[in-house]
Design a protein around this ligand. Structure first.
Ligand SMILES: NC(=O)c1ccc[n+]([C@@H]2O[C@H](COP(=O)([O-])OP(=O)(O)OC[C@H]3O[C@@H](n4cnc5c(N)ncnc54)[C@H](O)[C@@H]3O)[C@@H](O)[C@H]2O)c1
Length: 367
């Protein structure tokens, strides 16, 4: 059954449609929503295109919109100003108007890049996010943060530009590598921990039933998990569109997670895995400040093992992590900031966690 979420932001309300197999009717849905559009540019990357070429070409040929497909090279490096320039050239060449449509078909890299280009072309052109990864579906396509990387800095040039529509087909996740699935499950677990424990219940049920990691995303129950996560993200964005407070709760696990990414070298550990370890440390920091969550921690370690997420930090030690997080001696006047859990689904912000509590929590997860 088709599920629909309405995301409400200051200057736009937009639908998020979720259904396994929705891709078959996606073009019809898009055309119904944008009767004034005459042209459509679908942007993806070359490896996603090689998997979905036939489906995309067939779907686009079936409508009466003038349609074009443009592929970007695969990889985070191509989330760049140069790629945006490439897109502007294509849009100009085909004389796209602001009422025409730009569709981002891919993971967060494509979504962020295409969203950025759409936000500036004609001072804002119709944008459809059509995410094809777990991160894309539960996180990056919703909420309007669009950006490109510049030189060595990630997401440094960007803006807020809400899409006009989001289409999610969980069946597209079937072609993801196991490693990408595991990465995405870290994000899913985060939503379960901070906002909706039923996500954890469902995931636990799934891992009990399934032997292979890929059968998790192929299951019907996973569609419901995507829906629950997307609903949380849309609600959080509606409450704090410009990331000034409440939306920061989504940074659960990020303080130590980011430090781990930095200390390990950005390519050594995937974002999802680093954040997952950061969440375990955050649970132990919460315990250090009095939360009774030893059982929850055990439950998470068990779930991580089942889905293939790392449950121990290998590599950087506490000092390195504190330094990477910017908590070294030079920064003692600047209080550290964590998102912690009083209990399951009871997140809170804490400024100035004592250093020994952080160190002990990291040590508990080492090795
Ligand atoms: N805007 C936001 O709010 C937000 C939030 C989180 C992450 N991000 C950004 O998102 C990016 C990470 O996104 P991601 O995790 O989706 O990674 P990604 O876009 O790099 O995609 C991961 C890999 O999966 C491949 N892929 C995508 N869909 C596929 C499919 N259906 N089948 C087979 N392969 C497929 C891609 O080619 C790529 O190799 C980062 O750039 C990050 O900064 C943005």
């Amino acid at each position: 059954m088709m599920k629909k979420i309405l995301a409400k932001t200051s200057n736009r309300r937009y639908p998020i449609y979720i259904r396994r197999g929705i891709s078959k009717s996606a073009l019809k849905l898009i055309k119904g929503m944008f009767p004034g559009s005459h042209k459509l540019l679908l942007v993806t990357n070359d490896s996603i295109y090689s998997i979905y070429r036939e489906m995309l070409e067939k779907n686009l040929a079936s409508g009466d919109l003038e349609s074009h497909i443009h592929t970007i090279k695969e990889g985070e490096t191509y989330k760049s100003l140069d790629s945006s320039r490439e897109l502007f050239d294509v849009l100009l060449k085909h004389n796209f108007h602001r009422n025409d449509l730009i569709v981002a078909f891919g993971g967060g890299v494509i979504g962020d890049l295409v969203g950025f280009a759409a936000s500036t072309y004609h001072r804002g052109t119709n944008l459809v996010q059509y995410p094809t990864t777990i991160i894309g579906q539960v996180d990056s396509s919703i909420g309007g943060k669009v950006a490109v990387n510049y030189r060595d800095t990630k997401n440094i040039i960007g803006t807020f530009y809400q899409p006009h529509m989001i289409i999610m087909d969980p069946a597209l996740l079937n072609t993801l590598d196991d490693s990408e699935i595991v990465n995405g499950l870290g994000e899913v677990i985060k939503y379960g921990l901070i906002f909706d424990s039923r996500i954890l219940d469902a995931l636990e049920k799934l891992v009990q039933r399934q032997e292979k990691i890929s059968s998790i995303t192929a299951s019907r129950l996973f569609e419901d998990i995507i829906y629950r996560c997307a609903r949380i993200k849309a609600a959080v964005v509606s409450k704090d569109e410009f990331d000034t407070g409440h939306r920061n709760l989504l940074n659960f696990g990020h303080t130590i997670g980011h430090a781990l990414e930095k200390a390990s070298g950005l390519t050594e550990i995937s974002h999802g895995r680093a954040i997952s370890l950061g969440m375990l440390v955050a649970l132990d920091i919460s315990a250090g400040l009095g939360s009774q969550n030893a059982d929850l921690k055990k439950r998470m370690v068990h779930l991580y093992k089942k889905v293939g997420l790392p449950a121990r930090i290998a590599g950087p030690g506490p000092e390195q992590l504190l330094e990477a997080a910017g908590f070294d001696k030079k920064f003692t006047s600047k209080k550290n900031k964590f998102v912690l859990l009083k209990a399951l689904n009871r997140p809170f912000f804490y400024h100035g966690v004592p250093e020994e509590i952080i160190i002990n929590a990291i040590k508990k997860n080492m090795g």
